[in-house]
Design a protein around this ligand. Structure first.
Ligand SMILES: C[S@@+](CC[C@H](N)C(=O)[O-])C[C@H]1O[C@@H](n2cnc3c(N)ncnc32)[C@H](O)[C@@H]1O
Length: 278
């Protein structure tokens, strides 16, 4: 393993594996960030050969996340658990949440050591923002961790965010069951915001593109990535009342206004929804 040692703001040494790409760093590369290595950029470049507009997907995801956070904060939600936080970027969940609801507390979760280093330095900006390095596929461990239980009151509604995380969880890890466990543990009145790569599975050009991008990610040193069918994604939202307009392409979920230009095909291959636990 090629490894880089890095130290976070608490002086904790983190070993970063630079012999394999990591989705956090690849995503950072797509967003034009600087926290990525050649091995990560190679994954991005292979995807760009198939889908030259793929960077727009990452940008669209960030716009969606910010819109959803603003919506929820305006509804009075003051507790956010953002799973798969990603590397800090221009506008992060806590900045939006606290702008619209100054009482909002945000706990970020990510397992990536580079995210942990930068997350602790940049995302833990104030006493209402916290970072937990943990595996989001283990809901009971995440929800029982003192960083979560000390800062979020799990007897009051929270917003659980899973933005662009579950398509990096393989089938054998049972992402629908992971979501069922989270949803069961959330108190009534909680919200779940989720986005997921979508394969229309209809023999269309879009479905072929989804399969091609999936192959590119899976054959890369990263090794993960799943474009799932609508039914599989809906299963991850079971038990929730979906807010209008339901599970839709990201720019159809409360867009900022009319699109300046039509979305490219790759941008249509991702769906998002926000649901409320009754
Ligand atoms: C594509 S990025 C999305 C970042 C952010 N949620 C967004 O939408 O902009 C996926 C993030 O999920 C994290 N992630 C993937 N699998 C994870 C796991 N099992 N546990 C914790 N974090 C995970 C990655 O490290 C990465 O930061």
């Amino acid at each position: 393993m090629t490894a880089t040692k890095n130290e976070d703001t608490r002086g904790t040494a983190e070993v970063i594996d630079t012999s394999r790409a990591s989705i956090a760093r690849v995503y950072d590369a797509f967003l034009g960030g600087k926290n990525n290595y050649a091995i990560d950029r190679a994954v991005m470049e292979d995807v760009l050969k198939i889908a030259p507009q793929a960077s727009l997907v990452a940008k669209g995801l960030r716009r969606w996340l910010i819109r959803v956070t603003r919506y929820l904060a305006n509804q009075g939600v003051d507790q956010f658990l953002d799973c798969g936080a990603g590397l800090p970027t221009e506008e992060n969940t806590h900045q939006t949440a606290q702008r619209y609801n100054p009482d909002a507390v945000v706990v970020y979760v990510d397992k990536d050591p580079v995210v942990a280093v930068h997350g602790r330095a940049l995302l833990e900006e104030n006493s209402s923002t916290h970072f937990l390095q943990a595996d989001l596929t283990r809901p009971s461990e995440v929800l029982a961790n003192p960083i979560v239980t000390d800062h979020l009151d799990l007897d009051r509604p929270i917003a659980l965010i899973q933005c662009a995380t579950l398509h990096h969880i393989d089938d054998d890890q049972q992402p629908a069951q992971i979501m069922a466990d989270y949803i069961e543990a959330l108190p009534s009145g909680s919200y779940v915001a989720l986005t997921h790569w979508w394969d229309p599975q209809d023999g269309s050009e879009g479905s072929e593109l989804a399969k091609g991008i999936e192959r590119s990610f899976r054959e890369s040193s990263m090794g993960t990535g799943r474009y799932r069918g609508r039914g599989e994604i809906e299963t991850m939202l079971k038990g929730l009342d979906l807010l209008d307009p339901g599970l839709v392409e990201l720019d159809q979920w409360w867009p900022e206004g009319p699109l300046a230009k039509p979305n490219s095909l790759v941008e249509t291959l991702i769906l998002g929804a926000v649901g409320r636990k009754p």
